[in-house]
Design a protein around this ligand. Structure first.
Ligand SMILES: Cc1ncc(C[n+]2csc(CCOP(=O)(O)OP(=O)(O)O)c2C)c(N)n1
Length: 383
């Protein structure tokens, strides 16, 4: 099957409905030709609400790292529209293939926040049931989820499931081999996969200019015959409209779609990173003025779809959820160390069994010394 190149090309400018000040802007000719429609106010209210709840979750998770309750947290503050709108564009039967940065997306998906943070606390590989939630575990190796999403979408397609696989991926990860293999497979097998690249401008400290010479990351789709698009990632209305269109395209059997969302990570890469070493306060300030929540809220209020009382209600709900998360994360986790060796491979390798046996011996030793602390102290004093 050959595609018309014009069908694959992204719009020359990122699709945008709302300016940073929350006013409507004219859709470009190319975007209008693609049929992007401004979402209904109820849809935008749902996006706004999910962003408010998601951002509070994000702030609470960052706080938990400072309290030593969470080992690491990669914040997605500023990328809220990219985290929330794609999830709300999905149907229940669709699958999500996220990375470590996509916790807010998973909370929006309806997964228990404690379950979402289990991996980042280091308690287990995954704190939720991937089958039941149709959400794969968050990937730490860059771009592996691009391959998983393509293969799973192919499997879903072959089974006749009316489902799409959404792959969330970062700008830096588009330089990985797996990204290319995923896109190539998805295109050749015409799988219902939607790739959303959250171009937040940095791969830890590496700026986009040192990552790629491609004029936009969306152009990377063309070489594989994948329909591509770029969108203002801080415009929640545009992200929703573009992602809905991409999912429709994939669901109708027309093949995969690659969307590049231009956005910005407001916080450091993780709590272990010092972002002041590689970006200027001016740059961060400039993006502060592009805040997706403020942008959408301004439009909703101006158009009479939202008032102060509703804003207060959702804020209170967000506070309640954050307090619940804090309380439950303050409980000591009950962990079974040997369970870490489960679900790594369908058949455990000899190396894995060996490692498991080592941990088992160590645990037995610890248990024995806990049973006879006096003995330990005596041994210590004679050393
Ligand atoms: C295969 C692989 N190589 C290197 C790393 C180390 N690493 C972790 S995050 C990261 C940067 C990723 O940047 P990007 O894809 O832009 O995603 P972001 O963190 O900005 O969301 C790197 C290099 C890794 N996790 N996996």
């Amino acid at each position: 099957m050959t595609s018309d190149i014009a069908d694959l090309l992204p719009c020359p400018e990122p699709v945008r409905f709302l300016a940073p000040d929350g006013t409507r802007v004219e859709l470009s000719e190319q975007a209008a030709a693609r049929g992007y429609a401004f979402p209904e106010p109820e849809e935008l209210l749902a996006v706004w609400r999910a962003m408010v709840l998601g951002r509070r979750f994000d702030a609470q998770s960052t706080a938990l790292t400072k309290q030593g309750r969470l080992a690491v947290y990669p914040s997605s503050r500023g990328q809220d529209a990219c985290q929330v709108a794609p999830i709300l564009a999905l149907e229940e039967q669709d699958w999500v293939f996220p990375t470590y940065r996509d916790s807010m997306a998973l909370v929006t998906r309806g997964i228990d926040p404690v379950g979402v943070l289990t991996l980042l606390r280091g308690d287990w590989h995954c704190g939720y049931d991937p089958q039941a939630t149709r959400t794969a575990p968050q990937c730490t190796p860059l771009a592996t989820q691009a391959v998983h999403a393509a293969g799973s979408a192919h499997a879903l397609d072959r089974r006749g499931a009316d489902a799409v696989a959404l792959c969330l991926i970062g700008d830096g990860a588009t330089s990985e081999g797996d990204f290319h293999e995923g896109l190539n497979f998805a295109a050749v097998f015409n799988t219902p996969t939607v790739y959303l690249v959250q171009n937040n401008k940095y791969a830890i400290s590496v700026p986009l200019a040192k990552q790629t010479k491609a004029p936009t990351l969306a152009y990377k789709g063309i070489g594989y015959g994948v329909r591509s698009e770029q969108v203002d990632g801080n415009d929640p209305a545009a992200v929703l409209a573009v992602m809905q269109a991409a999912c429709r395209h994939a669901r109708e059997g027309k093949g995969p779609v690659l969307v590049e969302a231009h956005t910005y990570r407001m916080e450091a890469h993780t709590n272990a990173d010092d972002a002041t070493r590689y970006r200027t306060p001016d740059e961060v300030d400039e993006w502060t003025g592009q805040d997706p929540i403020v942008r959408l809220q301004t439009w909703l209020v101006a158009e009479g779809h939202l008032d102060e009382e509703q804003i207060e209600q959702v804020r209170a709900e967000a506070e309640e959820q954050a307090a619940d998360l804090r309380d439950r994360m303050n409980l000591e986790p009950v962990v079974e160390p040997l369970s870490l060796f489960e679900h790594v491979y369908a058949e455990p390798t000899p190396q894995l069994l060996e490692q498991r046996a080592m941990v088992q011996t160590e645990l037995a030793g610890q248990a024995a010394s806990a049973d006879s602390p006096g003995q330990d102290a005596m041994e210590e004093s004679t050393r």
